[in-house]
Design a binder for this molecule. Sequence first.
Ligand code: HEM
Length: 314
Amino acid sequence: MIRIVTYFLCLVVLLTACKKKKSDNPYDDWEDGTKTPVVADKSVDPNTIQGLHKNIFKPTCSNSGCHDGNFEPDFRSIESSYNSLVNRMSTNTDPAKPEFSKRVVPGSAATSMILHRILEFIPGTQGKMPLLTDPGSDWPAKKNEYIQNITQWINDGAKDQFGKSPSSIDFIPQLAGLIVFADASSTPLPHSGYNPVQIPPGTGTLKIMIAYSDDKTPVNQFGTSTINFSLNPNSYDSTVLNLVTESSATIGKGILGTDINYCHSIIIPVSDLGVANDVIWVRTETTDNVNGNVFIPSTTTSFNFKKYFAIKIN
Ligand code: HEM
């Protein structure tokens, strides 16, 4: 008897639980109202980021193999264009014109790299932009008008598609390079890839130079900067030495292989650093006088960068 009652109860539960609850379909009451005509080619203000994207970045810059996500700036969408231009550091700088350190400087078309890349050929780069134009492109005919639109947008503050000005971001200083001169030589020792600088046997003294980059503060106006050496890339003791801020910059290859300015240095005997076969890891601390002190490289810096920021005594 108990068994029959149990089966019966189970059956009741099953039937009620499986009953499909009718959900409201929002389209039940939908009526095929009057459609507003699709505006095929809605006019967009050419001096806005969405106008620049429609007229220039999408048709002329993001073509296949170019700025289509392969590298920055990424001109595929309005958002990717905006985020890879405004306040972003240039990958390829112009040693002759260090003021072009950023792709777009809100309010200053005169120091924005994007226009510099369109108007000038920079030695060591692949050429003036666009490197080539597709057949039928209106760039050749409208180039001056488009340059004017880009200039206007930047000088109006490089607003985003919602008309919002970029908040005044101030990035912390970045690692840009390390070069080493042995025994007062005027030529730096080779430094290739993400590897320590090899110190030739018998070298007495080193001049170590550090390059930083910063979005706002000129590097030679940084605050007190110090350097620290260790045999362990993840642990540094407290003995720090002051870096000298050079009165004039030394130009040398940076971590990206391009010529950059070196403004900070220290001269130190090899014997103070270690003995043969030691790998000496380097850490510096500096400030752009806006963001607090930062360690470069920091504990979270990739190991490749830490390897680049090291010296091997042979
Ligand atoms: C008007 C359209 C274009 C604009 C506004 C433009 C803008 C730029 C900018 C600002 C840079 C420098 C990025 C940096 O160093 O931070 C750059 C680099 C580059 N662009 Fe373009 N570009 C355009 C069209 C093209 C096209 C059509 C191609 C390919 C055929 C191309 C290929 C490259 C390459 C390979 C680089 C990196 C190498 C170098 O710096 O020379 N670009 N472009």
